[in-house]
Ligand binder design. Sequence first.
Ligand SMILES: CC(=O)SCCNC(=O)CCNC(=O)[C@H](O)C(C)(C)COP(=O)(O)OP(=O)(O)OC[C@H]1O[C@@H](n2cnc3c(N)ncnc32)[C@H](O)[C@@H]1OP(=O)(O)O
Ligand SMILES: CC(C)C(=O)C(=O)O
Ligand SMILES: [Mg+2]
Length: 503
Amino acid sequence: MNEQNRVYVFDTTLRDGEQVPGCQLTTPEKIEIAKELEALGVDVIEAGFPISSPGDFQSVVEISKVVREPVICALTRANTKDIDAAAEALRFAKRARIHTGIGASDIHIRYKFNSTREEILQRAVDAVKYARRFVDDVEFYAEDAGRADVEYLARMIEAVIAAGATVVNIPDTNGYCLPEQYAAKIRYLKEHVPNIDRAIISVHCHDDLGLATANSIAGLQAGARQVECTINGVGERAGNTSMEEVVMILKTHQQTLGLYTQIQTKKFYNISNMVSRMMRMPVQPNKAIVGRNAFAHSSGIHQDGVLKHRENYEIINPEDVGIPSNAIILTARSGRHALKHRLERLGYQIDKLNLDEVYQRFLELADRKKEVDDQDLQWLMGHHVDEHFQDNALHIELLQVMCGEPLQPMATVKLRVKGEEKSATATGNGPVDAAVKAIEQIIQDHVNIEELSIQAIHGGSEDVSKVNMTVSYQGKTCYGYGYSTDIVAATVRAYVDALNKLF
Ligand SMILES: CC(=O)SCCNC(=O)CCNC(=O)[C@H](O)C(C)(C)COP(=O)(O)OP(=O)(O)OC[C@H]1O[C@@H](n2cnc3c(N)ncnc32)[C@H](O)[C@@H]1OP(=O)(O)O
Ligand SMILES: CC(C)C(=O)C(=O)O
Ligand SMILES: [Mg+2]
């Protein structure tokens, strides 16, 4: 592939990403992430801002020692003490870059620095020259370039390249630009900065208006060749450009854009989980590429389409980003094709079942529970066997309980016993105890419950409860199982299941 079309991936998860409240990482955590970034194939790792704290300084030192392939970069302000600290922290790096810069917008010049355009331009040039004393690779950032006057920005960029900058970063620091505005800025620099060919233009976008990825792509289309981004899009305020999004856009639209990166995209899912876990920053379920729902289909029409041909509803193969397969999530919006698919995967022979009938019962459960999983399906199918094929067994026809405080718990149970309906009402110290006593009245016997365990399968108040019970009667022990979204019904089912095995 043509080297001119190569996009360098600059990861700033450990610097801009780590600036987020609550996302601070320890040095060992940063090293672990840096190693994964190296395996992912990023070109540059911005490892920290060494002047900011002894811990951040040390992280840059340690990452420089262990990560050999990507360039290791350290951030500074445009002053000598920051640059000294960065150079010192980078001393073990095989390939080191100092990233220095200063605000370029009139807002920053006036209200942050109380200065003038000319003074700031001089500070920018001085900083680049000073950084070049330590390293050959100096990146300059024109902070808030998104809102900067483009003619002044062009003068600044020309001057810093002349001073030795190898990469010029044009950040949309506040996520202000529209894609076309941002692209126009990059095009302007390409066309009006005479020495622009001596440096790589870098895009660094923020997501304040949800445009970070779109702006980065627009900047690359306009001629930038480095993209600054973070895993999961973590970063200041609304975040930075998400690496997985920008890389997968370049890959998916390679024919149109003609750009490529050297990222091993199959590693995205793992590193996304790792960063989320270490930063204690959950990934939103609908996040593009790595969100839990990015390849999950839950409505019947989509599920049918995906099962017939994946590409009906998927533009990316989940395996390409490290997700083993897409997911068919069964909900009350699912159809027969999806239900059949999941039942077949569980080993049920669909030709031996009445799919319409199973589907009706599935819908009843799905209306009560947000998501129906494999264990729910097994319960649904087991329930089916119990009720239709065991004619001699006890069947629960009705279970009604009354409980709460300060009520005395009471249960009415109606059982079909060998074709005959029998009912009883009893009180107990809880609804389960009351229901068990009502059943004992019906069977006119006492069966010991030796052990009873109630388990929510996944957690959450709408979950299915699974009940395991051990009963004993005249020296014989039996086990019973019951499932239901209703905890009392699950227990009574387990008890009746055990009685059926006992008698
Ligand atoms: C857009 C970005 O993401 S920039 C990076 C942001 N990241 C961080 O700020 C995290 C790390 N920061 C820190 O640890 C601290 O802020 C430090 C160590 C850098 C500085 O701390 P302090 O010296 O106490 O200064 P403080 O943070 O309060 O103020 C920033 C100072 O830097 C100046 N400054 C800000 N940006 C730049 C710059 N690019 N170049 C030169 N000076 C700058 C400000 O004008 C202000 O100077 P002043 O004291 O003369 O008004
Ligand atoms: C320090 C610079 C590169 C930055 O993070 C920004 O402008 O958003
Ligand atoms: Mg930033």
